[in-house]
Design a protein around this ligand. Structure first.
Ligand code: GLV
Ligand code: MG
Length: 298
């Protein structure tokens, strides 16, 4: 898996030392992770490692071994089961010590905080502002479902009997707002039934519709659906870019310097411009290409 990962079209690759590694294999896993980071050609991918959580006995040595061994080949650490500001600050300080000791710029390695418990969710607003190293808030649906006693065993699916909406809406939206209030990315967690691509699409579609930036994938088969679902549609991308061009025209001297204008049957204003910037940036990041242009009136 480690040998194959660099070739896959995922934006980020994270190597796990936490729950997918059995306790007796934890020590050995660190060396595998260091070797994979140093040995692979990861160009084009953000490189991350998930260490054990801040209360686990493996956590400090995970950080020290991985950053001492491969800190220059690493972009971020994923800290799971974050429940307080102190968890993030612990990692921030330890990272600073190891970076300084190995001659890396202090602050170079980012942190992704995974929220996957009732406590973590309650504290997420403060957690999201806990360190300038924070780049991303990540949802951990499996642990979260266990934490709140959600009575289903299928991660990400609606609990049986809940047929009045999305049982995860509150969680997802709270994570989204906490992340955006601190200019962070927000990423949905794993869908464990790796061969059920319809299920993956269904669950991913919900967080994508709220504006999440992406979702973990556990299997190569989930990558293409994820890349498609979290990118804007071509039509939305074209529309967003048209709004930007039209608004730039109408607010220029040529267009009469108006604050609000019509585009077809729709009014566009400064807020439309901001909404369109989001869709346009996501589309460009996903490699979408414009096929039309806004034509100013003759
Ligand atoms: C991932 O860590 C999860 O708990 O869903
Ligand atoms: Mg978890």
């Amino acid at each position: 898996m480690l040998a194959r990962a660099p070739e896959l079209p995922a934006d980020e690759v994270f190597l796990d030392l936490e729950d997918s590694v059995a306790p007796l294999a934890k020590e050995r896993a660190r060396a595998n992770v260091v070797a994979a980071l140093k040995g692979g050609d990861w160009s084009g991918h953000t490189r991350a490692v998930r260490v054990n959580d801040a209360t686990a006995r493996w956590a400090y040595r995970d950080v020290i071994d991985v950053v001492e061994g491969a800190g220059d080949s690493l972009d971020c650490l994923v800290l799971p089961k974050v429940e307080s500001v102190a968890h993030v600050q612990w990692l921030d300080l330890l990272l600073g010590q190891v970076e300084a000791a190995v001659g890396l710029p202090v602050g170079r390695i980012g942190i992704e905080a995974q929220i996957e418990s009732a406590r973590g969710l309650v504290a997420v607003d403060a957690i999201a502002g806990a360190s300038p190293r924070l780049e991303t808030i990540v949802f951990g649906p499996a642990d979260f479902m266990a934490s709140v006693n959600l009575p289903t065993l299928v991660v990400g699916e609606q609990p049986p009997g809940y047929d009045v909406g999305d049982a995860y809406h509150y969680v997802l939206f709270k994570l989204l707002v906490a992340a955006r209030a601190n200019d962070l990315q927000v990423i949905d967690g794993p869908y464990l039934a790796v061969h059920d691509l319809d299920g993956f699409r269904r669950v991913a579609g919900r967080s994508a519709a709220l504006g999440f930036d992406g979702k973990w994938v556990l299997h190569p088969g989930q990558i293409e659906p994820a890349n498609e679902i979290y990118a804007p549609s071509q039509a939305d991308f074209e529309r967003a870019e048209t709004v930007l061009e039209a608004y730039a025209y109408w607010t220029s001297a040529d267009g009469g310097m108006r604050g609000a204008a019509m585009l077809g049957s729709e009014m566009i204003d400064e807020a439309s411009r901001k909404m369109s910037l989001v869709v346009s940036a996501k589309g460009r990041a996903a490699g979408l290409v414009r096929t039309s242009r806004f034509e100013p009136p003759a």
